[in-house]
Ligand binder design. Structure first.
Ligand code: ADP
Length: 413
């Protein structure tokens, strides 16, 4: 008996034995039976022609008809089906045929099944990859939409809060003016007004930060390039933070470094804001008696500014997150409020603004820390790479500052 005849003989038994294993329910069973008939037709063609490609269309049809749930489960459902067909073919062949015929049948069909296994595995993998990429695209679109709404919310909230805040500031000023001059120091009204002023100032800082974040988010942060000397800028910050550092018994050092005395072009006010955020964070997250040091070095084409502290440190997994808006870490309710109090939390906008400012200058910022540990205090080190610009990037500023830039370059060479 030829192998094709042997296959035709065992086929009905095979199909009736496989069907109940694979499909429950009458309708599904009928469907399965049709699929198996089709499969065996094609297997027959393979045996006749010696060409395993005949099985591919039917396998393709099976792979592409997998349901969403099956795709999400990310397990192969077709390889076990093929395995069941192969096992049953061998089993029924052994039961029904003479031993040499059964052996010839297995020898003949085995390469076709091997081809079917590898083809199915590859196609299933393709489908899974396509499915996962599609899911990723969807997740990315959702995240982008969420980020957009967050950004819109910040812009609207900042705008809406500005008007009532201006009213509060205006009325507080009128109230102060209406108080008699002589009661300036002692009056309880003056003390209350001071409290109001502090609250209003903090609120304005937060609103300004919200506006800055939405400018950065929308690529609208406009830099006003002018000559900057980093040693001077850092000197101003040293004077500003020295009293607070003393109050918190911190060793606070700001070192000028080679290159910091050179003129570079940048937006002085924005750079001041960026380094102010870094220093105030270092002070905020370093316990009393700790160390905060600011220094740096000159690299080819760049100045690297380093703000290092001996504070509580930052967990490895959070070292990117803190640069995202609202990336403040820890329990919100545990944070006190304040710019320099130990762990005095803010809204989590400082670092995203700092990053936005540095990147708008064509620079980069990152943090290094051995992790978060409030007992051991491993500290954090923020690195800022700022490109050295001898000419401002916009034409107007370049024309305006040309004499200064020329004088500086002749001084350096
Ligand atoms: P916040 O307003 O909360 O200070 P930031 O954007 O400035 O917001 O910082 C985000 C978070 O990064 C902080 O809440 C804090 O958890 C962490 N962080 C920033 N700087 C430091 C630092 N020097 N040491 C430890 N943690 C820091």
């Amino acid at each position: 008996m030829r192998v094709v005849e042997a296959l035709a003989r065992i086929r009905p038994v095979c199909i009736s034995r496989i069907t109940p294993h694979l499909a429950r329910g009458e309708e599904l069973r009928e469907n399965m039976q049709l699929l198996l008939e089709h499969f065996f037709d094609m297997l027959h063609q393979c045996v006749e022609t010696g060409e395993p490609g005949w099985l591919e269309p039917v396998l393709e049809e099976w792979v592409s008809s997998r349901t969403q749930t099956e795709l999400e489960a990310r397990v192969s459902n077709l390889l076990p089906v093929l395995d069941r067909i192969l096992q049953t073919t061998i089993e029924v062949g052994r039961e029904t045929l003479e031993a040499p015929q059964a052996l010839a049948l297995v020898e003949t069909v085995l390469p076709f099944f091997l081809h079917a296994f590898s083809y199915t595995a590859a196609r299933e993998m393709d489908f899974n990859i396509r499915h996962i990429s599609h899911q990723l695209e969807l997740a990315k679109a959702t995240l982008e939409r969420l980020d957009r709404s967050k950004s819109d919310f910040i812009a609207i909230a900042a705008h809406e809060l500005k008007t009532p805040l201006t009213l509060i500031e205006g009325y507080a000023a009128m109230l102060r003016d209406s108080l008699p001059e002589k009661s300036e120091t002692a009056s309880p009204a003056i003390i209350l007004l001071k409290g109001m002023d502090n609250g209003a100032r903090r609120l304005r800082e937060i609103i300004d930060d919200m506006i800055d974040v939405s400018l950065i988010d929308n690529n609208l942060l406009a830099l006003h390039y002018q000559p900057v000397w980093l040693d001077r800028l850092l000197g101003v910050l040293r004077n500003e933070f020295e009293p607070v550092a003393q109050e918190r018994q911190l060793l606070f050092e700001v070192h000028a470094f080679p290159g910091s005395e050179e003129m570079t072009f940048g937006d002085e006010e924005r750079l001041y804001q960026a380094f102010r955020n870094l220093i105030s964070n270092s002070i905020k997250y370093t316990p009393d008696g700790g160390v905060v040091k600011v220094g740096g070095r000159k690299l080819p084409g760049f100045l690297e500014i380093v703000v290092a502290d001996s504070g509580i440190g930052i967990a490895l997994e959070d070292q990117n997150r803190i640069f995202e808006k609202f990336g403040r870490l820890g329990n919100v309710s545990l944070h006190s409020s304040g710019k320099t109090k130990f762990k005095g939390g803010g809204p989590g906008l400082g670092l995203p603004i700092t990053k936005g400012i540095i990147e708008a200058h064509g620079g980069a910022i990152w943090v290094e820390s051995d992790g978060l540990d409030e007992v051991r205090c491993p500290g954090s080190t923020f690195h800022v790479m700022l490109p050295i610009r001898k000419i401002p990037p916009d034409d107007k500023a370049a024309r305006l500052f040309r004499p200064l830039a020329e004088a500086d370059s002749s001084r350096v060479t």
